[in-house]
Design a protein around this ligand. Structure first.
Ligand SMILES: [Zn+2]
Ligand SMILES: [Zn+2]
Length: 341
């Protein structure tokens, strides 16, 4: 019989479609024959094409190299087609106004691109730990400075891999958007965590981590600082969450000593996806809370990875209930036992 499962933290229901559940191997994508070169002269993010994206916000460079020129390991640049535009006035000047019965405000915010490597055909899964460590360091550097800017309430760090996940460029990159509002679904998740804390006096995410360690069957990987598991009510096949084992409210709490273990677990989980499932498209995002909620005992930041192996359809849109055709325990076992050569 199909089973409805509720995500303890988000309260989202999901149907685990045991009747039409697929074996883990059935999700393996037939490897695409397209291989990309290490350098593409037309790519705006390749080394040598810095003129296509100037105004570096942050870069880790070889000694002696100059801003917006060659010789970098990683660059953060403004997005050329930003979803939100940088504010010019003080935060108080961003006004909400009514348009008839509707609410509107200026689209202020910041939209940046983290160009993760000068090499065109790399991806997190195929990078060295040193390279991924650099990516995490950049996320942290940018998060810390945007977090302190009173213009912004929500900072979303995300990565789209593959066309099905919405990536328009092959070149390895992530994006950072800082917005001036807290949208409903983020607020609802924070509220649910707060409610759990009010009722039980515990962080719901710490409880989930403890439960997963006790039950073991949904764990994908664990190291001294982080754990990766397939959530009990995974929305899509192979959804994976990565948590710091220690209670940390916001991504701003990430300690320098945790950067390498985070790089290690993120790289290793994505390498398992890459090698076992045939380089599937995925999105990941870092879920955190606004600056003013820092230090709260009820929220716990994490990385949510959503592979794009199946598509959502009318039922999901209408009900908000996803149908997952993979058993979370089987997906986790498959990933856990897969050894990357
Ligand atoms: Zn490139
Ligand atoms: Zn916690």
């Amino acid at each position: 019989m199909p089973e409805l499962r509720e995500n303890l933290a988000t309260k989202r229901w999901v149907i685990i479609a045991t009747e039409r559940a697929k074996r883990p191997e059935e999700f393996i994508k037939k490897a695409e024959a397209i291989t990309h070169p290490a350098y593409d002269p037309k790519c705006p993010f390749c080394e040598g094409n810095e003129a296509a994206n100037t105004g570096e916000v942050l870069a880790y460079r070889q000694p002696g190299s100059k801003v917006d020129e060659k010789g970098w390991h990683l660059r953060v640049v403004p997005n050329k087609y930003p979803a939100l535009i940088e504010p010019t006035g003080p935060p108080a000047e961003v006004k909400r106004s009514k348009s008839g019965i509707y609410l509107r405000m200026e689209g202020v915010g910041k939209h940046e691109v983290v160009v993760e490597s000068p090499i065109h055909n790399k991806t997190i899964a195929t990078m060295s730990i040193d390279e991924v460590e650099r990516v995490i360091t950049a996320y942290r550097d940018r998060y810390l400075s945007l977090d302190w800017d009173p213009h912004y309430k929500l900072i979303i760090i995300f990565r789209n891999q593959g066309g099905l996940a919405g990536a328009s460029q092959v070149h390895p990159h992530s994006q950072i958007v800082a917005a001036a509002i807290i949208p409903y679904h983020v607020r609802a998740a924070i509220y649910e965590a707060q409610r759990y804390y009010d009722e039980l006096g515990k962080c719901v995410f710490c409880d989930m981590i403890k439960n997963e360690i006790r039950e073991q069957e949904r764990i994908v990987l664990q190291n001294e600082k982080f754990i990766a598991f397939v959530p009990y009510a995974a929305m899509v096949p192979y959804e994976t969450w990565i948590f710091p084992l220690q209670h940390e409210t916001t991504f701003a709490d990430l300690q320098p000593s945790e950067i390498r273990p985070l790089a290690q677990i993120l790289r290793d989980v994505l390498a398992k996806f890459y090698h076992s499932l045939g380089n599937p498209a995925y999105n990941y995002c870092i879920r955190s809370v606004p600056h003013y909620s820092a230090g709260e005992p009820y929220y716990h930041w994490y990385i949510q990875i959503l592979p794009r192996i199946t598509t959502i359809a009318g039922f999901e849109i209408g009900s908000g209930i996803n149908i997952n055709v993979a058993l979370p325990e089987e997906s986790a076992k498959f990933l856990r036992e897969f050894k990357v050569k």
